[in-house]
Design a protein around this ligand. Structure first.
Ligand SMILES: Cc1cc2ncn([C@H]3O[C@H](COP(=O)(O)O)[C@@H](O)[C@H]3O)c2cc1C
Ligand SMILES: O=C(O)c1cccnc1
Length: 386
């Protein structure tokens, strides 16, 4: 993995599917945004009375470059599964084999994500990007294994640059295929024991947050394990030479145009402290954005991955909706940095895509208003005097 990037060297820009996807991403369309805002104000309701749902509908109009935007259904959930070398540091009480066991559970339809997906009418695809075991064939399983888990991010880079790019491109391919199969809304999901540690490290590197504030209790670790987890995140940032100025390099700065240097910094951070599922989710976000299909982000793992996607191309976030805010403290930091307001806040701390799935009916309702609600003119309702 390159540790230094010659400034502006175009040869170091990502090539292949990643480069093509980045080149295809367009920011929110200003005309559709303005039209959607104006349309909201003509509907038979007091201005602003649908609160954050109005913002969601306007956001999706900008993303689709169409007013009203297409209904975001059917939805497709992709659960990206991978293992983590940092598991060896005792950052979670759960054995690593729970990752592969939960993959089997998803495929059998027995997880919370399956129940919520059934409720939302969403399809479920499980993607092996880096589970530390071989999986038998099963309907609904996609194989994109890049490695049998990452290396320990507290001892050195978790991935090589090539592995990070391969996982990004796996996520891009999954998004492309789900859209080709008819999905009009993508929902991110994850499974990977120990992945809240990698999430915290990514959030610190991309936002400059301190490990003590960004590192949470994940599946519910005790005080002693939490203290160790914070130290492991600190070590990861030190060992991988990721001080606060790396975050400045890699993070989107208010819509500033992206550059090869920024992309290299983003790839370096992602490879150093990310998981294979984080890279794949970042690619999934980029793939949805390139296809102008909205992406509902799940919890802290998705938030960390979206920071990587934003660093690769800030406009990708124009196509995202934050499904919920997880109980993990780093998630709030990630959402604030991305400028995203979560739709649901139910103290969930599960992952798998559960928070994204719960938000899907809200996103649909917000868009349906744009399609079906009468205007003051069409319904003959008197507006309040100005
Ligand atoms: C049975 C079970 C099901 C899960 N489904 C999602 N996660 C969530 O918990 C894990 C992250 O927490 P930590 O960093 O503390 O290990 C991830 O696998 C995440 O998807 C689960 C965790 C468990 C144990
Ligand atoms: O925010 C999440 O998605 C989350 C939190 C704790 C454990 N697993 C996932």
């Amino acid at each position: 993995m390159p540790t230094e990037t010659p400034a502006g060297a175009s040869d170091d820009r990502p090539a292949g599917a990643l480069a093509e996807t980045l080149a295809a991403i367009r920011p929110a369309d200003p005309r559709a945004l303005a039209e959607a805002r104006a349309h909201q104000d003509r509907l038979t309701k007091p201005r602003g009375s649908l609160g954050a749902l109005e913002d969601v509908a306007v956001r999706l109009a900008g993303a689709a470059a169409a007013c009203p935007p297409p209904m975001p259904e059917p939805a497709a959930l992709a659960i990206f599964a991978a293992d983590h070398g940092v598991h060896a540091r005792g950052v979670t009480p759960w054995p690593q084999e729970v990752t592969v066991q939960m993959v089997a559970n998803f495929l059998a339809g027995g997880a919370v994500a399956n129940a919520f997906a059934a409720q939302a009418g969403a399809s479920v695809t499980v993607v092996d990007v880096g589970v530390a075991a071989d999986l038998p064939d099963a309907p609904g399983l996609r194989r994109h294994k890049v490695a049998y888990g990452t290396a320990d991010l507290s001892r050195g880079p978790a991935m090589t640059r090539e592995q990070a790019v391969a996982a990004l491109e796996a996520g891009i391919a999954v998004a492309r295929d789900l859209v080709a199969a008819g999905a009009r809304c993508l929902i991110t999901g994850d499974m990977g024991i120990a992945n809240t540690t990698a999430s915290a490290a990514l959030i610190c590197a991309f936002t400059g947050a301190d490990p003590a504030t960004a590192t949470g209790r994940g599946t519910g670790v005790d005080d002693e394990t939490h203290a160790r987890k914070v130290e492991v995140v600190r070590e990861a940032l030190r060992v991988n030479d990721l001080p606060a100025d790396v975050a400045r390099d890699a993070a989107p700065a208010g819509g500033v145009a992206w550059s090869g240097v920024r992309q290299e910094a983003a790839l370096r951070v992602l490879a150093a402290v990310g998981g294979l599922e984080h890279a794949a989710i970042a690619g999934f976000v980029l793939g949805g954005a390139a296809a102008r299909v909205p992406v509902i982000l799940d919890g802290v793992i998705a938030g960390a991955a979206a920071l990587a996607a934003a660093a690769l191309h800030p406009a990708a976030i124009d196509h995202c909706v934050a499904g919920h805010r997880s109980a993990e403290p780093g998630h709030a930091a990630a959402l604030a940095h991305l400028g995203l307001r979560p739709l649901v806040d139910l103290e969930l701390r599960l992952g798998e895509g559960t928070g994204g799935l719960l938000a899907h009916p809200l996103v649909c309702a917000a868009v349906r208003v744009m399609h079906e609600v009468a205007t003051f003119d069409s319904a003959g309702v008197t507006e309040k005097p100005v």
